[in-house]
Design a protein around this ligand. Structure first.
Ligand SMILES: C[S@@+](CC[C@H](N)C(=O)[O-])C[C@H]1O[C@@H](n2cnc3c(N)ncnc32)[C@H](O)[C@@H]1O
Ligand SMILES: *[C@@H]1O[C@H](CO)[C@@H](O)[C@H](O)[C@H]1NC(C)=O
Ligand SMILES: *[C@@H]1O[C@H](CO)[C@@H](O)[C@H](O)[C@H]1NC(C)=O
Ligand SMILES: *[C@@H]1O[C@H](CO)[C@@H](O)[C@H](O)[C@H]1NC(C)=O
Length: 214
């Protein structure tokens, strides 16, 4: 597939929740060919990921990207997006001075799209998109993390991040907050809302309630 076709499809899919009825409506709206293409884009890469941990691709809105960046403002160094989709958060983080800016994504089509967009922005080879399962990435060296995943996987992600991240780390969650963590701050409304968590605070507030059920 030509990158331009991919780009055009991405524009059509912009901001839509894909899956179930969304997918059916999309197929009706953009034609069967687009549906087949989309199914081909959605599926690959995830064979080894347990079904309950599979999270579909829904790109952040422009406002959401802006909100995530505002919660990382003043920080620098390494930035990581877990499940980087079409790479928009990583690319924006790079433009705002994070080095290195890294995304982890399993879907090869989205990785292609990410690299294409990086190339178009003149950042090819400067931002990094890795084809790697986020559950298998050791994030102990990442102090600036962004995630936009489904609520169903966030409890498990809480456990993973708390086990690995240093106290100085800040995690920004887009659209869905972590279920048991105390956020430091949040910004935005509705689907564009984002929450910032300072791991040190999360650990302190968790310890206070140690022994009590979550
Ligand atoms: C809701 S989208 C968010 C995309 C992007 N971060 C953004 O904000 O625009 C979640 C992304 O995570 C990816 N993903 C889900 N599970 C993953 C896993 N185990 N390893 C790597 N990527 C994963 C999906 O392919 C999807 O692109
Ligand atoms: C979210 O942001 C998009 C633009 O990126 C805007 O069109 C939409 O109205 C916003 N939604 C809310 C609930 O603020
Ligand atoms: C994340 O941001 C902090 C604050 O600016 C910075 O000190 C740190 O170097 C960054 N993390 C990494 C791993 O580079
Ligand atoms: C992650 O890497 C750090 C530093 O190399 C190491 O101490 C830690 O045990 C690793 N954690 C996991 C879960 O592999």
């Amino acid at each position: 597939m030509d990158p331009d076709d991919l780009e055009e499809l991405a524009v059509k899919l912009q901001g839509r929740t894909v899956g179930g009825w969304g997918l059916v409506q999309l197929a009706a709206g953009t034609g069967f060919a687009a549906y087949v293409m989309w199914a081909g884009i959605l599926m690959p890469g995830f064979r080894r990921v347990p079904l309950k941990l599979q999270v579909p691709y829904v790109p952040s809105s422009a406002k959401q990207v802006e909100n995530v960046m505002s919660l990382l403002k003043g920080r620098s160094g390494k930035m990581v997006d877990l499940g980087s989709g079409d790479g928009r958060i990583v690319l924006e983080a790079y433009k705002r001075g994070f080095r290195p800016a890294v995304g982890y994504e399993l879907n090869p089509w989205l990785l292609r799209l990410s690299n294409y967009r990086a190339w178009r922005a003149g950042c090819y080879g400067k931002v990094f998109y890795h084809r790697q399962d986020l559950w298998k990435v050791n994030v102990s060296d990442c102090n600036n993390v962004s995630v936009f995943l489904a609520p169903s996987v966030l409890p498990l992600l809480e456990t993973k991040l708390l086990a690995e991240l240093p106290d100085e780390a800040r995690v920004v969650a887009g659209r869905f907050p972590f279920p048991t963590w105390m956020p430091t701050t949040n910004v935005g409304e509705g689907i564009n809302r984002s929450w910032a968590y300072d791991i040190k605070t999360v650990r302190q507030t968790k310890n206070k309630f140690e022994g009590s059920p979550e």
